[in-house]
Design a protein around this ligand. Structure first.
Ligand code: PLP
Length: 396
């Protein structure tokens, strides 16, 4: 295991406190300074290494899986997973507590797959008991779709509970682990058919493709099932197994960057070390922001190591766009909030960042509030009331 060297961005670009694209290492960026032929043996070897590293990454027990990369942003591989692995006559239950659960449901609707949504609102987690009850009531549901870390609020959903309830009811589980894979450990033996993630999240590559880890026996049965020519995980997999090539033009530079990112992930100490660095980032950020008077949407138990949501200060001198611009001038790109109930903003803590960078974020926030004449970062009473209601519900 090596200590991660955090290098300030070289060309004066700001730190990206966003959940992908994110700040990458210089070596990851430098890996792209090379043109590769997609059919060439060098690139085929890179694709093979990428797939082997992805299968090995979660640790023992992953041999039953195969890795299939897919061109496009993360949503493309979500759509490919849903369309390839949920048969036309099947029925899905989507566990939604934010934008990405809603997007999965929208994708299913668009491709004409029967689906229902267990909608928990902006951030409450779907729990094992209510899932079990829903599955017991509806025998037609064959597949459960879960979001591992719901990046719109930053909540880490209880995946082990969800997988347990799904398996106990004899249904299949598909996971959008986009913003968690590589930083949140999967319990060994967790029962699921497939998960998807993308190059520009916790592995710290650049945007350009996503990937699925799929149980090989499940994928073998999915020939011809996909709704789409291009977004067909089975066809992509079959071509890679046959010729070592991607079906259509691969994002060669993004693949080269991703291989470097995977090597850095391994050198850092794998999932546990990556997760520990991100958790330390979160802890430094949350402690510092709370000391300034900011309030997190979620209690500590539900905070992910990926991104944290803060309520806007109620002080009338606070305007988010001005706060954003001033933080950018100090070298930090923030992320707007996505809640319907209360005004909020988000700070991502993934990417080539450490706790020292997070303390600099807090210092910049303190100075910025001072410049804006914001006396207190405390949120509005309605936001706190909403938070209290949520905590009561969560405690049940
Ligand atoms: C980033 C992300 C996606 C994919 O988003 P794209 O913008 O298509 O890359 C899907 N689900 C979750 C939970 C995400 O965080």
């Amino acid at each position: 295991m090596t200590d991660v060297v955090i290098e300030p961005p070289r060309s004066g670009e700001p730190w990206l406190l966003t959940p992908g694209p994110l700040t990458t290492s210089h070596a990851v960026k430098a890996a792209m300074l090379r043109d590769l032929g997609s059919w060439d043996a060098d690139f085929r070897a890179m694709t093979a290494e990428l797939r082997a590293r992805l299968v090995a990454l979660p640790g023992p027990g992953s041999e039953a899986f195969t890795a299939v990369p897919m061109q496009g942003s993360g949503s493309f591989v979500v759509e490919a997973m849903l369309g390839t692995l949920i048969p036309r006559k099947a029925k899905a239950l989507v566990l939604a507590n934010g934008a990405y659960g809603q997007r999965a449901a929208a994708a299913l609707a668009r491709m004409g797959r029967a689906a229902e949504v267990l909608d928990k609102g902006d951030y409450l987690p779907p729990r094992g008991a209510e899932l079990a009850e829903r599955l017991a009531r509806d025998a037609a549901i064959t597949h459960v779709v879960a979001i591992h870390c719901e990046t719109s609020s930053g909540i880490l959903n209880p995946l082990a509970e969800i997988a347990g309830a799904t398996a106990a009811a004899g249904r299949r589980l598909l996971v959008d682990s986009m913003s968690a894979f590589g930083a949140v450990e999967l319990p060994p033996g967790l029962p699921f058919d497939a998960l998807v993630s993308s190059a520009n999240k916790c592995i710290e590559g650049v945007p350009g493709f996503g990937f699925a880890l799929v149980r090989r026996d499940v994928l073998e049965q999915a020939a011809g099932a996909a709704h789409s020519l291009a977004l067909d995980l089975h066809a992509q997999w079959a071509e890679m197994e046959r010729s070592g090539q991607w079906r259509y033009t691969p994002p060669t530079h993004a693949v080269a960057a991703f291989l470097q990112a995977l090597r850095e992930h391994e050198a850092e100490g794998g999932v546990a070390a990556r997760g520990a660095r991100y958790a330390a980032n979160r802890d430094a950020l949350v402690a510092g922001m709370r000391a300034l008077g900011f309030e997190t949407l979620l209690d500590d138990r539900w905070l992910s190591p990926v991104i944290t949501t803060f309520f806007h200060p109620a002080d009338p001198a606070f305007r988010f766009t001005e706060f954003y611009d001033r933080m950018k001038a100090r070298g930090f790109i923030l992320y707007p909030g996505k809640l319907t109930v209360a005004d909020s903003f988000r700070v991502g803590h993934i990417g080539r960042l450490d706790a020292g960078v997070m303390r600099a974020v807090v210092e910049a926030a303190a100075a910025t509030l001072g410049e804006m004449g914001v006396a207190s970062a405390a949120p509005a009473p309605q936001a706190l009331a909403e938070k209290r209601r949520a905590q009561e519900e969560l405690a049940r």
